[in-house]
Design a protein around this ligand. Sequence first.
Ligand SMILES: C[S@@+](CC[C@H](N)C(=O)[O-])C[C@H]1O[C@@H](n2cnc3c(N)ncnc32)[C@H](O)[C@@H]1O
Length: 246
Amino acid sequence: MKEVNKIICGNSIEVMEEFPERIDLIVTSPPYNIGIKYDNYNDSRPFDEYYEWCREWLCSCYKALKPNRRIALNVLLNIGNSKIRRDSPCVRFSNLLEQVGFNLHSIIIWEDPTRSTLSAWGSWMSASCPYIYCPYEVVIIASKGNWKREDKGVSDISKDEFKRWVNGIWKIPTAHSKSFPVPFPEELPRRCIKLLSYVDDVILDPFCGSGATCMAAKKLKRRYVGIDVSPNYCRLARNRVKMLLF
Ligand SMILES: C[S@@+](CC[C@H](N)C(=O)[O-])C[C@H]1O[C@@H](n2cnc3c(N)ncnc32)[C@H](O)[C@@H]1O
């Protein structure tokens, strides 16, 4: 596949058309539609329009994956405050994944142990309107076709990693960057890649942002494809991947 080990600038729906059934694992985190200030993407769209777009790119992900391969999709568990309507992206995305043909496998809870405690309480000590806060994100794991891979490959996960990571509660501190608003902590894609793919597999992140998935893939001797609509973020991701010394 000639597109491997590249970060491609473009609309992921269009770019994914170029490699049907070539991808072994998708690890990604889409825009959440919660008003994040991205370079050239509007993260405050009407929710119906947003979820329709999500259905479209999930369909493209489905087509890009080889049969009997997996997707790891990081989204929020719940959203909602006084400005944004309450919603469960986890439920919405689970439904969308099934609608486009994926088989749901499991949901990993990602907890940030460093996240500060709640400071907005809603109706303080009153049942009138308490604000229930959920400091977790999720990684929804699903497969195209069978969960079990019949093909042979090299797994590089250690005994200790395997035992810890099949327990689906992952404590990983959030990452921060001056150049990008919402970077993955590299540990998140690293775990997904080691647990769900073989060495030399092709890993795709269709919303690659600062490039954490591609970096983790390269370090783990997988091939990678990153896509982002922002030329600035693509430059950032390419530079970060290039800086890796192997
Ligand atoms: C939540 S961020 C991804 C962050 C990434 N996981 C990281 O570690 O940096 C979502 C990304 O999707 C990109 N994006 C939005 N619409 C896109 C589209 N149609 N095609 C490709 N990328 C898009 C945004 O530019 C943004 O970088």
